[in-house]
Design a protein around this ligand. Structure first.
Ligand SMILES: C[S@@+](CC[C@H](N)C(=O)[O-])C[C@H]1O[C@@H](n2cnc3c(N)ncnc32)[C@H](O)[C@@H]1O
Ligand code: SF4
Length: 284
């Protein structure tokens, strides 16, 4: 089993598409060490907020390094230059979101690559962001992989939701760009037709691993957040086993009310309305 920790809700960027409520709280270091010691994971993912703003990040990386735990560090890349040596010593792998060219992040990633750190990219794909993809890939063609993320939102209108006839051509075009630079590309399954086998069987893209949020509670995945931790006025949605593949096959989580921001979107018609799996039960 692997474990992901949302170590902080601090961030130094404030992306307009970000799904998180950046309240500034930190996950106590003792909670992390306690969970790692009891579950002994092979890989620990550190995310946030911006994990490099976590006050105990150096101690945490040192602790994981001593245990020889493999680390995936998700970051916006801005503060990397201050932490490259500790990241290298911990043999951590980087996953940095690049949605637009950024001189400082680019320099940091080139340095990380020169120092032998594995660099992977995340990109929240939109009609605007795709115009930067060529520049990003050309600049960072040493990246081991690139994950194209479907932009999901909490219904507050901050993020444009794509219909399948917009999303698939956008995704195809992005993949042909990234692959032409030799970068291994992954993407999230953003749509499944309602009632299809895919809808019933589709494994959750976030996997089946433990996720600990900055409130110290465990959640079935990083895309289900406690109703108090989401957007300003979230609509609480009760996620039941019927509505979520993941919790259908796993023990129920501690809290039963979640906001769903999972990128799997179920469609009734390929040209028509979108429905989140969490809403299906309300209409049936
Ligand atoms: C919340 S961020 C935390 C790590 C780090 N601050 C970063 O931006 O990479 C975790 C991942 O979620 C992605 N993300 C943020 N908002 C998103 C959204 N509305 N839809 C899809 N992915 C999103 C980011 O691009 C990043 O890959
Ligand atoms: S996506 Fe990452 S960098 Fe952007 S605001 Fe959210 S936590 Fe910060």
């Amino acid at each position: 089993m692997d474990v992901a920790f949302n170590v902080t809700r601090k961030c130094n960027k404030g992306c307009d598409y970000c799904y998180l409520n950046l309240t500034g709280e930190d996950l106590p270091l003792e909670r992390i060490t306690e969970i790692v010691e009891s579950s002994n994971p092979e890989t620990v993912t550190l995310t946030g907020g911006e994990p490099l703003m976590y006050p105990h990040i150096e101690d945490l990386l040192g602790f994981l390094s001593e245990r020889k735990t493999h680390v995936h560090l998700l970051s916006n890349g801005i503060l990397l230059d201050d932490y490259l040596s500790v990241i290298r010593e911990a043999d951590a792998e980087l996953f940095v979101t690049c949605n637009e060219p950024n001189e400082r992040v680019s320099q940091n990633l080139h340095r990380a690559n020169r120092e032998g750190i594995d660099v992977n990219l995340h990109h929240v794909l939109t009609k605007e962001s795709i115009t930067s993809l060529d520049d990003i890939c050309q600049d960072l063609d040493f990246a081991k992989s690139l994950l194209l993320l479907y932009p999901t939102d909490l219904g507050d209108g901050k993020v444009e939701m794509y219909k399948p006839d917009e999303w698939f051509p956008l995704l195809d075009s992005a993949i042909s760009k990234t692959q032409s630079y030799g970068i291994k590309t992954y993407f999230e399954q953003a749509f499944a037709k309602k009632g299809s086998q895919l809808e019933k069987q589709q494994p959750c893209p976030t996997g089946e691993d433990l996720f600990i949020d900055s409130d110290g509670k465990s959640y079935p995945c990083c895309l289900l957040v406690d109703k108090m931790q989401g957007s300003v006025e979230p609509t609480p949605i009760r996620i039941t086993p019927e509505r979520c593949y993941f919790i259908r096959n796993n023990p129920l989580p501690e809290s039963s009310e979640y906001i769903r921001i999972c990128p799997i979107v179920i469609t009734d018609k390929y040209d028509g309305s979108l429905q989140f799996p969490s809403h299906l039960g309300d209409n049936e």
